[in-house]
Design a protein around this ligand. Structure first.
Ligand SMILES: Cc1cc2nc3c(=O)[nH]c(=O)nc-3n(C[C@H](O)[C@H](O)[C@H](O)COP(=O)(O)OP(=O)(O)OC[C@H]3O[C@@H](n4cnc5c(N)ncnc54)[C@H](O)[C@@H]3O)c2cc1C
Length: 355
């Protein structure tokens, strides 16, 4: 056996697990992102750190360097309901970050005891007769192999580990599209957009470092077309787009039932979005990536006799919280219930200067 643990993917989940594992464990960590420059894989993301993610940093005793912050910091989310044409303004305390710089910074916190391979793609994992796992991966272009006891799937929404363990399980997923424009709005803002004519999920926008980003989660089959329709439908609301600077697309998971959360089996563990740990109501997933990594690190560090049972139990609270988000999503995406909430003006903050 070459390693005790192999972590596949160093996004917020994998990088946190790699940072928290004790030095006595022999850990291999593979990540397809390059560690320097703007080339290579970058995770499309809104890059807003919710309060739960901020709380994880409190627990970790880690401060956020200003180098990962984006400009400006915004304290409210304008919520648009295109069916009722209602607009409400809700106070939110997100931290606006540059997601790629954030991911690279998280990787710098991993201790030297972990064997990190950047720009490395895990290609194949097979279980041997003795129960150990055989990994094939490329490391800066060369083919490599390793034999490990435990594998951790921290490889995000399109997880190969999740597909390997649960080939017949279908989780609800959307095509997520984000387009970047030079920001021409007089005052930068965040928005959350509900429009059941284009998606039964939701869309969003944010301003970041001089760019305006419009994003949304759409049905897989006609997502591109619905995204263009949404842009047209937003023009009367003073959304200004102009030339497209870049377009990003990826799958985003949106759990719809308790069994969509999968913790792993047979010495393979799933954390973060690979496990389905993402909020169905806001598509916020960084905090759940942190939380699941933290829970698993404690179990692996303790060299628990029944680690799967312990991880299943350890994540129960997190899974119940995420189930609550499924219920919340059902309410928010229902035009009737959403209309009632927005009409009630609960939590709405009136703006003294309307732009
Ligand atoms: C458009 C969009 C906007 C979002 N906005 C927000 C937001 O504002 N706030 C928020 O909290 N959440 C947001 N989310 C959700 C959030 O991005 C994810 O939940 C979060 O990134 C999950 O972290 P993770 O570490 O589990 O997976 P990921 O961040 O997806 O990381 C997985 C990593 O695995 C690596 N990888 C994958 N496959 C392989 C392989 N075969 N070999 C080697 N490496 C591999 C990749 O390098 C990748 O970085 C958004 C999601 C989308 C799609």
């Amino acid at each position: 056996m070459d390693y005790d643990i192999a972590i596949i993917g160093l996004g917020p989940a994998g990088a946190t697990l790699a940072r928290l594992l004790k030095p006595g464990l022999k850990v291999l960590a593979l990540d397809k992102k390059q560690q320097c420059g703007e080339e290579g894989f970058q995770k499309p993301c809104g890059g807003l750190l919710a309060t739960d993610a901020q709380r994880s940093f409190v627990r970790f005793g880690v401060n956020l360097p200003t180098s990962v912050l984006a400009d400006p910091q915004i304290f409210s989310v304008k919520t648009y309901d295109l069916q009722t044409r209602l607009i409400r303004n809700y106070q939110r305390t997100y931290v606006n970050i540059n997601r790629h710089r954030f991911d690279l910074w998280l990787k710098t916190l991993i201790p030297a005891s972990v064997d990190i391979r950047h720009d490395s793609l895990c290609r194949k994992i097979t279980r041997r007769d003795d129960g150990l796992y055989h990994l094939r991966f490329t490391d800066s272009g060369t083919e490599q192999e390793a034999v490990v006891k435990y594998v951790v799937g921290a490889d995000g929404a399109n997880s190969m580990l999740r597909r390997m363990l649960y080939p017949d399980h279908e989780i609800r997923k959307y095509l997520s599209i984000q387009q970047w424009f030079v920001d021409k709005h007089p005052v930068p803002f965040y928005s959350c957009i509900f429009d059941n004519a284009v998606t039964d999920c939701y869309a969003w926008s944010m301003s970041k470092d001089g760019y305006f980003i419009l994003g949304g989660a759409f049905a897989m089959k006609n997502g591109n077309q619905q995204f263009e329709t949404l842009k047209t439908r937003l023009e009367p609301y003073s959304f200004t787009f102009g030339d497209v600077v870049k377009t990003e697309k990826c799958i985003v998971l949106c759990p719809s039932k308790m069994t969509d959360f999968r913790c792993g089996k047979d010495n393979v563990f799933l954390i973060g979005e690979a496990a389905g740990f993402i909020s169905a109501s806001s598509l916020e997933g960084i905090s759940y990536a942190f939380d699941s990594a933290e829970i698993l690190s404690k179990i692996l560090n303790a060299e628990h006799a029944f680690p799967h049972r312990a991880y299943q139990k350890g994540t129960l609270k997190l899974r119940l919280k995420l189930f609550g988000k499924i219920v919340k999503a059902a309410i928010l995406t229902s035009p009737l219930l959403r209309g009632l909430i927005m009409r009630s003006k609960i939590s709405h903050v009136d703006m003294t200067t309307q732009k």
